[in-house]
Design a protein around this ligand. Sequence first.
Ligand code: GDP
Ligand code: IMO
Ligand code: MG
Length: 432
Amino acid sequence: MANIVLVGAQWGDEGKGRITDLLSSKVGMVVRFQGGDNAGHTVIFNGQEFKLHLIPSGILYPDVVCVIGNGVVINPATLISEIENLEKKGIDTENLRISSNCHIIMPYHIALDGASEKRLGSSKIGTTKKGIGPVYSDKASRVGIRVCDLLDAELFWQKLNDVLEVKNAILSKVYGAETFDAKEIFEKYNEYARIIKKYVVESTFLINKALDEKKNILFEGAQGTLLDIDHGTYPFVTSSSTIAGGVFAGAGIGPGRVNEVIGITKSYCTRVGEGVFPTEELGKIGEFIRVKGHEYGTTTGRARRCGWFDCVIIKYAGMINNLSSIAITKLDVLSGIEKIKICTSYKVGDNIYENVTPNCFTLEKSQPQYIEVNGWDEDITNILEFEKLPYNARKYINTIEELTKIPVSMISVGPDRNQIIIKDENLKKNFF
Ligand code: GDP
Ligand code: IMO
Ligand code: MG
């Protein structure tokens, strides 16, 4: 194995958690580099389900060091309950490390996220209301509170009072919302600091040392390429760099350190929250996929919007992330659909585009152009070799490879760790 970045190639929830878990058995370290508890990564192993929001999905392996890198924003209450839940299930969290530079989500960030969404009304982003936009705004405005600030009670008290004066004024005067008491927050967060202190490290030293020692590292992305703050469907995006480039700032490593970037994509497409989604299916097919694929958010429980696989999006993700390969998840969900559509291009006015950047001029007005391929009826959830898949399922995967010009390295046929087909020959050697 090498140093691999895993990123979402669509709008999130592609199955990054389960692929991270799979590859974690072959690495020494797993690093999250952006996002916060807006992420919900599901891992199913031995019939047990783990829903991870902040802790890297390598945590189920006792020897893997799991790092929450500096680019991640932390809600300490979520983190502590995640640690407790893992421990309850018998998972050791001794190997968890938290960067001292991570920014902390404060109660006023969550309140501001909710108040802003309410004010926007029908133009809302559809955020997870976890305070992600407000905390990254404070980071950029240089008024954020970091893990290292939290560990210094005197400094924390001073910073909190400074920033809270402004936040309370905004909450009450702009939004007519409740304000916060500094002392109450201070006491609660001091207690959080006491609990998380033992995990805190200078993560950049730790990660670069592991690279120097040739320990393989997996960088686990959250969200997806189309939710990237710079390269996604702005403003309907999250507030961090979700793309492979985010690794370098969010973990503190140089570009030459990464050997491979794998894009995770579903065999169809979903999106949760507002914003453009060209291949969305509002009718029966969308409902079929939602029910069969259990397409309800891991973090918020919201119904995900469902539609066909979109090669235009994947080619864009291929370019932005320099994808070495894609891993296609949830192929089993398509079993039973007579004709499966694949979007090959967009029609805007009289023009056909096979490659677009997701700006509002093209995506909003685009008519997806499809090819149709024959489906299959067989239950494929126990198939572990590509050659044993039904002919039409293989044809579907091969067509995606031809259209996107990106090789498919893995295909998952069920949510369990073992329900995986490794298609890439080199990767296969690592596993069998
Ligand atoms: P992530 O945010 O990218 O890690 O993805 P989520 O965990 O939010 O959503 C993926 C969902 O699909 C989870 O409920 C997984 O258990 C489930 N899942 C992953 N791979 C497969 C698969 O191959 N087949 C089926 N049926 N479910 C899968
Ligand atoms: P994982 O890592 C899917 C979406 C929200 C909303 C937009 C902005 O599990 O794939 P935010 O709360 O980040 O300000 O919301 O981004 N979103 C996700 N959608 N999967 C996620 O994470 C997401 N994290 C945020 O629904 O549209
Ligand atoms: Mg998710």
